[in-house]
Design a protein around this ligand. Structure first.
Ligand code: CP3
Length: 356
């Protein structure tokens, strides 16, 4: 048995999932692939189990969470599962009156815009995320070799929903509060950081193999404002879960990549606006990258799409680690067969393209 001659640490690295090895910049020519929002509305089997059940109610049912999380793993053979939940779940568990409105997104009944609003926001007690712990344990047992990615929302992105009261185009109220009352802003984000860290820790302690911190809307900030108002709070969330690889992602964050890495991640997620080789050049050799096929291209004719997939693989080979993904979530109207073909292409041609 050749492996007995290896020191324990190396044996561990050899047997770690491909996703974890890529995050640790030790993937060789293997190329892991998963998709943000792979569990969800594009799958008919998802629509069937969700019938008549509200999104946030489904997140509180461990049996449903496990089933929905497993669906894309079964269908596509992706290299990771992502926990079916939502960035707003810890807030809901803490008693915030909010709903996820189909086609719109999170809607908060009483937006937080002053100190009284902040005082209403009391982090959940340890037991309040028991349904998360239970779902993750169920999943890890069923997933076998496939790693589970846990996730949470970053304080800036969560604050944007709380302050605006729902999805926003320009984040005007959020930014006005941020620069107009920095003390309230920092207190709000500190509280949100505590909640997200608790949500992540629950998932990691129950067996998640990696985590992703979604700062989806951080790209709306200048680098200077990101550094002052968002990064310190995200850094606190990430510092609390350093035992597993950490992925840090936002949309339109080309100008923020190095700061997002410095917040405490091993992998920086990149949207489709800049090539992965350029993202990696900005980040330097200490970071792996994740991304970055434009999700809108999933509707293009297959030969064109396939060539774009190959471009992403080739560009990603310039980075010290690459996890193949989209540049943002799977659009709801995506044909699941197309995603299946992307996974097969990445698995079949990825190693050769990376070695070129
Ligand atoms: O990626 C996955 O498959 C795992 C599950 C997951 C969901 N939300 C399920 C979901 C994850 C990782 C999230 C994170 C999330 N939620 C983010 C960060 C990721 C990103 O897109 O940038 C954000 C910003 C949210 C908030 C949110 N929740 C939005 C904007 C929406 C879309 C609303 C809509 O209908 O257009 C949701 C709803 C949501 N979250 C759905 C799913 C499967 C669809 C709701 C449904 O099925 O009815």
């Amino acid at each position: 048995d050749a492996t007995v001659t290896l020191p324990p640490s190396e044996t561990q690295e050899v047997s770690a999932p491909l996703l974890v090895r890529a995050a640790r910049r030790q993937q060789g020519d293997g190329l892991p692939v998963w998709f943000m929002r792979q569990a969800g509305r594009s799958l008919p089997e998802y629509k069937r189990v969700r019938e008549g059940i509200a999104m946030l109610d489904s997140c509180a049912r461990p049996d449903l969470v496990a089933e929905i999380t497993l669906q894309p793993v079964r269908r596509y053979g992706v290299d990771a599962a992502i926990f079916y939940s939502d960035i707003m779940v810890p807030l809901k568990a803490a008693g915030v009156d909010l709903d996820i409105v189909p086609g719109r997104g999170p809607v908060v009944a009483e937006p937080v815009r002053d100190r009284a609003g902040l005082e209403r926001l009391v982090p959940a007690e340890p037991g309040d995320l028991g349904f998360v712990d239970e779902a993750v344990r169920l999943l890890v047992a069923e997933l076998g070799e496939t790693p589970l990615i846990g996730f949470a929302g970053a304080p800036f992105t969560l604050a944007s929903y709380l302050v605006e009261g729902g999805p926003s185009r320009d984040y005007a109220r959020t930014k006005a509060l941020m620069v107009g009352d920095p003390e309230l802003w920092h207190d709000l984000c500190a509280r949100l950081a505590t909640m997200s860290a608790h949500f992540l820790r629950t998932q990691v302690e129950a067996g998640a193999s990696a985590v992703q911190l979604f700062d989806s809307w951080a790209g709306s900030l200048s680098a200077a404002d990101y550094t002052t108002f968002a990064q310190p709070h995200s850094a606190r969330v990430l510092a609390g879960i350093a035992t597993v690889p950490r992925i840090h992602f936002g949309v339109g964050t080309g100008e923020l990549l190095t700061r997002m890495g410095e917040a405490g991640a091993e992998v920086v997620g990149v949207d489709w606006r800049i090539p992965l080789a350029e993202a990696s050049r900005r980040l330097g050799p200490a970071y792996a990258v994740q991304g970055n096929l434009d999700p809108a291209l999933l509707g293009a004719p297959w030969p064109v799409l396939a060539e774009r997939v190959r471009d992403v693989v080739r560009s990603g080979a310039a980075a010290p680690g690459h996890v193949f993904n989209l540049g943002h979530g799977v659009p709801p109207e995506t044909d699941p067969d197309v995603l299946g073909r992307v996974v097969d292409l990445v698995h079949e041609e990825g190693p050769t393209l990376r070695a070129e």
